[in-house]
Design a protein around this ligand. Structure first.
Ligand code: ADP
Ligand code: F6P
Length: 468
C-alpha cells in the first residue's frame, strides 16, 4: 500500500477529549492536549472510550465534530472499566512503568479485561479504517490493539506511541506475561518512545529476553518479525500556547495573581494528583527551605494546583489523603495571620488562565519521581516573560530533562536538592535567568507538537531518516 502526504490519520487513545474552543478545558492530561493539537489540521478521526458506561457493550459509535476534530467514541461496560482502565492500565502497567513495583497489582482478571477491551476496540474500529489511512495508537492502555487489528486483516501502516516511560529490562520481568505483551508490539510498523532512555530500555529487553537485534537505522528484528523503534519526544502546541499567554483571560489571571501575591514571590506546581508526580517529596523540599531560611517566611509561597485523578484507584486516594495532611501540617507549623506558605488547590483551570498563572510565578517546580515527558515543564517555560523570566526546576527523571538541559535539574527524592534549587532560583541574576530560559525556549519552539507529529508520521510513512 502506498502512503502519500494525503493519508488520513486515525488516532486511537483511551481518553478522547476534543478541543473545547476558547481557553481549553480543565484537567486534560498531556496526551489529550497534544493529540487535539496534532489532529486539528489533518482530516482524520480520533477514536477511543467515551468515558461513559453501558449495561451491555454494543459497539455503537458516537461520532462528533468540534473545532476541526472528528471524534468517534464507544461506551464500555462497568466491568470493562474496572478491569481494563482502573485495573490493568492503572493498577498494573502505570505503577510498574513508573518504577513503582510496590504499588503494582498483578491480577489475571485485569489482564483478561485489558485483552477483552482491546479486542472490542479492534472490532469497532475495523470498519472505520480505509485502505490509505495511517493508524496511530497511543499509550499503555492500548498496547495489543495493533495485533488485534492485524488479526482482523488490517494491512495499513500502524504506529504506536508510548507516552509514559518504558521500564528497565529487569523491572519489566516482574510483569506476568511480559513477553506476550512485548510481542504484540511487533504488529506495529513503528513504535515510538519519549526518550532515549526508554528506547534503550526497550532495546535491552529485546536483545536480552528475545535474542533480537538492533540495526543501525533503529530497525529491530526478532526472528522473522521486525519494526522500527524510535525516540520521538512530544512537545506542546507552542504557537497556540504563546497566543493563549497573550489572551485577555491570561493577562487578567496574571494581574490577579500578582495582586493576591502582595509582593511575595510565587513558586508554582501544576500536576494531576498522581503519586508519580513527586508531590509529597516536593512539599517536604519546600518545608526544608522554610526550616533553613527564616528570612523567606512571609516572602514566598507555593501554589500547588493538583486536580484529582483516577479516584477509583486506592493508591490515588491514599496520595490525596497524605497530601491533605502534609500541606495542613506545613501550613499549621509556619502560617501566620497574614501569610500561608502553601496554597493547595484541587481543581483544573482553563489553559489561558493557567498560562497567566504560570507567568506570575518566579519559580516552576516540576519534580516527578518518574515521568514520560511532562508537558507542564514546557508550558511553564513558554508562558514566561522573555525580559524577566522565571526559572524552571526540573526533575532529572522527567523525560523533558533530556531536552530542557538548562533548567535547574534536581533529584526529586532529595528534599535538600529541592530546597537548594528553590533558593538558588529565587536569587538568580537576571542575565542567567534569561540565558537559561532562552536555551529551554529554543527547544520548545523547535520541537513542538507539530514537529513531533511529523517526526512520527514520517517514520510511519517510511520517509523518515534514521531517528536515533
Ligand atoms: P500527565 O499527562 O501525566 O497528566 P503532563 O504534564 O504531560 O502530565 O500533562 C498535563 C497536562 O494537563 C498539561 O497540558 C497541563 O496544562 C494540564 N493540566 C494539569 N493540571 C491542570 C489543571 N489543574 N488545570 C488545567 N490543566 C491542567
Ligand atoms: O499522559 C499520560 C496519561 O496517562 C494519558 O494517557 C492520560 O490521558 C493522562 O495521563 C491522564 O490520565 P487519565 O486519562 O487516566 O485521566
Amino acid at each position: 500500500m502506498e502512503c502519500g502526504a494525503m493519508s488520513r490519520l486515525i488516532i486511537i487513545s483511551n481518553r478522547v477529549q476534543p478541543p473545547t474552543g476558547e481557553g481549553g478545558g480543565g484537567n486534560q492530561g498531556g496526551l489529550a492536549v497534544a493529540l487535539s493539537a496534532a489532529l486539528r489540521e489533518s482530516s482524520g478521526i480520533w477514536f477511543g472510550w467515551s468515558g461513559e458506561t453501558t449495561d451491555q457493550f454494543t459497539g455503537h459509535i458516537n461520532l462528533q465534530r468540534a473545532f476541526g476534530v472528528t471524534t468517534a467514541t464507544i461506551d464500555l461496560e462497568e466491568q470493562d472499566v474496572d478491569e481494563y482502565y482502573n485495573g490493568y492500565a492503572n493498577r498494573t502497567l502505570w505503577p510498574l512503568f513508573h518504577y513503582r513495583m510496590d504499588l503494582a497489582e498483578f491480577e489475571s482478571g485485569f489482564a483478561e479485561g485489558y485483552e477483552r477491551v482491546n479486542q472490542r476496540f479492534a472490532e469497532t474500529l475495523e470498519p472505520l479504517i480505509e485502505s490509505d489511512d495511517l493508524v496511530w495508537v497511543h499509550d499503555y492502555h492500548m498496547v495489543p490493539l495493533g495485533q488485534y487489528l492485524r488479526d482482523r486483516g488490517i494491512t495499513n501502516r500502524i504506529g504506536f506511541f508510548l507516552h509514559i516511560p518504558w521500564p528497565p529490562y529487569r523491572l519489566l520481568l516482574s510483569l506476568p506475561n511480559h513477553r506476550q505483551l512485548v510481542e504484540t508490539l511487533f504488529a506495529y510498523d513503528v513504535v515510538g518512545f519519549q526518550t532515549r532512555d526508554s528506547l534503550d530500555s526497550f532495546r535491552d529487553y529485546v536483545r536480552q529476553e528475545m535474542g533480537g537485534s538492533v540495526a543501525e537505522d533503529g530497525r529491530i528484528t526478532v526472528g522473522d518479525r521486525s519494526m522500527m523503534a524510535i525516540h520521538c519526544p512530544i512537545g506542546i502546541d507552542t504557537a497556540n500556547f504563546l497566543e493563549a499567554t497573550q489572551s485577555t483571560a491570561a493577562r487578567y489571571a496574571y494581574y490577579r495573581m500578582r495582586q493576591s501575591s502582595s509582593g511575595r514571590e510565587m513558586i508554582i506546581g501544576v500536576d494531576r494528583l498522581d503519586y508519580s508526580k513527586g508531590l509529597e517529596e516536593r512539599f517536604l523540599g519546600y518545608e526544608r527551605l522554610l526550616q533553613q531560611r527564616e528570612d523567606l517566611h512571609g516572602e514566598v509561597f507555593l501554589l500547588q494546583i493538583a486536580p484529582p485523578s483516577r479516584g477509583d484507584v486506592q493508591s490515588y486516594q491514599e496520595i490525596r489523603a497524605s497530601l491533605d495532611a502534609l500541606s495542613g501540617r506545613i501550613n499549621g507549623a509556619y502560617a501566620d495571620v497574614e501569610w500561608v506558605p502553601i496554597r493547595y488547590v484541587n481543581r483544573g483551570y482553563p489553559r489561558d488562565r493557567l498560562a497567566g498563572i504560570y507567568r506570575a510565578a518566579k519559580v516552576g517546580l516540576v519534580t516527578p519521581l518518574r515521568d514520560g515527558m511532562n508537558l507542564v515543564a514546557k508550558e511553564y517555560v513558554a508562558a514566561q516573560d522573555p525580559e524577566d523570566p522565571g526559572i524552571l526546576i526540573l526533575s532529572q527523571f522527567a523525560g523533558a530533562a533530556e531536552q530542557l538541559t538548562q533548567a535547574l535539574l534536581i533529584n526529586p527524592y532529595s528534599p535538600e536538592d529541592i530546597a537548594d534549587a528553590i533558593a538558588r532560583a529565587l536569587e538568580m541574576p537576571l542575565d542567567e535567568r534569561k540565558a537559561r530560559w532562552r536555551a529551554c525556549m529554543d527547544n520548545i519552539e523547535a520541537e513542538d507538537v507539530l514537529w513531533w507529529r511529523k517526526r512520527f508520521t514520517d517514520a510511519l510513512e517510511g520517509v523518515g531518516q534514521s531517528v536515533e
